[in-house]
Structures are given as C-alpha cells and as structure tokens.
Ligand binder design. Structure first.
Ligand SMILES: [Zn+2]
Length: 235
C-alpha cells in the first residue's frame, strides 16, 4: 500500500510540468494583495490560501480578568467582543504559548501581552471604544481606536485586565489574519489568481509570506517522512 503511494508520488513529481512558472503582483496595499500565478498547479495556490486563513498566527485577546462590570452586558459577552478586536501582530518577537519555554499557564513577556481598560460613564451615556485599551507593548494594540466595545449608562463602570496571545485560525476564527482569501480563474487556462485581504493584524504581504514559509516547512517535513519511510521499507 505504502509502496504504491511512493511510486505515485515519484510519478507526480515527474509529470508536473512547471513550464516557466511565474508570479505577478497585480494589486497591493497594506491590507490587500492580488497575485497572478502562471504555470503553477492550482493545488499549490489553494494551499497558500488555506494556510493564510488557518496557520498564520496573529494576536487576539484570549483571557480576561474582570475587575468591575456594572454594565448591562454579561462578562462573557464583553470577553467575546474583546476577542474579536484585531490586534497589530508581531510574530518575530513573540512565540505561540505552546512553543514558549516558560510553560506557564499565565505566560511570559515572550508569549503574551497584557492590555488594561478602566472606564466609567459620569453624567452622560458613554461608548467605550478600543482606543481606551492600554497595551503594555508598543506594537501589539488594536488596529483602530474606533471599535466600539460597550455602551455605559451614567454611573456604570468597566474595568479589566486582558491577556492577548498568539494563535491560529485552526483553533478559533478570532485568530484568522484574513477577512477574505479567494482563488479565482485567471484570463488564461494556465493562470490562477489569489486574493488575500487582512483584518489589519498583519499586512497582506506578511500573511502571504508566512503562509509560504509554512508551506515550505510542511513540504520539507513531508519529504523527510518519505525518506525515513523509504529507508524503513528497504530494511
Ligand atoms: Zn512564555
């Protein structure tokens, strides 16, 4: 069974006709990139799309210690809303909690960022927005100050400590960097178009580059696995 798979894999490698493959950027700004792939198998383009959605890590609020909430909204509802606020992400300085050496449930400065909020409506109704969240990190903060979190009536208070961590879309949609990720047909038969739009937590370019790295890593792992299996099956 496995031998047959190996033969198929070798045949596939030989039959992929990468006749002058090319990638062209058709459109690019911070949050959106459109690329044209020519003579590159559609599966590879689709793998990039899927990895952009589910395996490129971003920051999101993951844990909240509610210190005071006299609003009409339950704690759980506030926490859910906080999780959906896109946070600017830097995955060069930080690691996923599972991969961090601290092995602590609370986390450390390499695997989490704390954001605090302390807000009160005095004599008028007040809309609390993401701009009131104060982050301990200069970079990891909401991508906009205008995202509404809650409405407080006069006298009501909201105070909490929130912990943001890196995660991937595979675990929860709140960690997806993409707001749109589509593969379309190009003008010619040998062309496909990849469109990636991000929430702002990462730029579109950062997202695609990270997906490419992920794909390369997976291909290497797959190759290693095949090599080991070939050695084992020969023995
Ligand atoms: Zn840590």
């Amino acid at each position: 069974m496995f031998g047959r798979f190996l033969r198929l894999y070798k045949q596939t490698l030989l039959t992929i006709n990468l006749d002058s493959p090319s990638i062209k950027i058709i459109e690019k700004n911070d949050n959106r990139v459109v690329m044209e792939f020519k003579n590159i198998p559609r599966q590879y383009v689709n793998a990039l799309r899927r990895l952009s959605i589910s395996e490129v890590p971003t920051f999101a609020i993951d844990d909240v210690v509610m210190l005071e909430n006299s609003s009409v909204m339950h704690d759980e509802a506030v926490v859910h809303r906080l999780g959906l606020i896109p946070l600017r992400t830097d995955f060069q300085r930080f690691v996923l909690p599972d991969l961090c050496e601290c092995k602590s449930t609370l986390g450390c400065s390499r695997c989490r960022v704390m954001l605090v909020l302390d807000s009160e409506a005095s004599d008028k109704t007040k809309v609390v927005t993401s701009g009131e969240l104060i982050s301990e990190d200069d970079m990891v903060k909401p991508i906009s100050k205008e995202i509404p979190i809650i409405v407080l009536a006069p006298g009501q208070k909201l105070k909490f400590e929130a912990y943001a961590r890196l995660g991937t879309g595979k675990d929860h949609a709140k960690w997806q960097p993409t707001s749109a990720a589509v593969v379309k047909d190009g003008k010619n038969e040998d062309e496909s178009i990849l469109l990636i739009e991000t929430t702002g937590s990462l730029t579109a370019q950062e997202t695609v580059m990270a997906a490419l790295n992920r794909l390369a890593f997976k291909m290497k792992e797959f190759n290693n696995l095949l090599q080991t299996s070939m050695v084992t099956s020969k023995a």
